[in-house]
Design a protein around this ligand. Structure first.
Ligand code: FE2
Length: 186
């Protein structure tokens, strides 16, 4: 699957992240959160170039050590190909334009004790039509104009439809491999 990587701005550079709810982070869009729906996203990282998906991992492996008590926690998975099938041509066109600003991960923002840091305008969709890549930041995405905002809303609706079809309830000892470029998790 490639070379395991860690990021100094995420869990001190550890390659294995213990993802557990953290006090104070309950309502954040991050791996510290627990009381809000984690929006559909790809995992990205802060970079001085202000492009946050240039060195992010190709794959993520979620290994469940301990599930939630009531077995209600689910990981939703939306493949970019499935999303493209339910979106109209106009929306797909807009999503391929560099019209979206992505927020740097909230763990990074926390580290520098600052306001949200926004990327340069980038596209949400890229790559070949038949095997598109998709990128949405977890910590916030904004369209640079009304058309881009409308496309984002359409994408969110599509994620809800596609993601629910692929809901995974992980049990202890089970692992889920996520393609971090071709699909989004929530
Ligand atoms: Fe994630």
């Amino acid at each position: 699957m490639g070379t395991p990587v860690g990021y100094l701005t995420e869990k001190d550079g550890n390659q294995i992240h213990h993802v557990v709810p953290m006090p104070g982070g309950e309502y954040t869009q991050s791996n510290r959160g627990s009381k809000v729906f984690l929006d559909y996203h790809n995992d990205s990282m802060y970079d001085d170039s202000l492009i946050f998906n240039s060195h992010n991992p190709d794959y993520l492996l979620l290994l469940c050590l301990r599930p939630d008590r009531d077995g209600q926690a689910k990981t939703l998975y939306a493949d970019a190909r499935d999303l493209c099938q339910v979106l109209d041509k106009d929306t797909l066109n807009t999503l391929r334009q560099p019209c979206f600003r992505m927020a740097a991960p909230s763990n990074y923002t926390l580290l520098v004790r600052g306001e949200k840091i926004w990327s340069h305008p980038v596209p949400v969709l890229s790559g070949p039509q038949r095997l598109p890549e998709i990128y949405l930041a977890a910590n916030g995405v904004v369209g640079i104009d009304g058309k881009a905002e409308k496309a984002l809303l359409a994408l969110q609706d599509a994620c809800e439809v596609v993601g629910e079809r692929n809901a995974v309830y992980l049990h202890a000892g089970q692992a889920m491999l996520i393609n971090n470029r071709k699909a989004k998790e929530a």
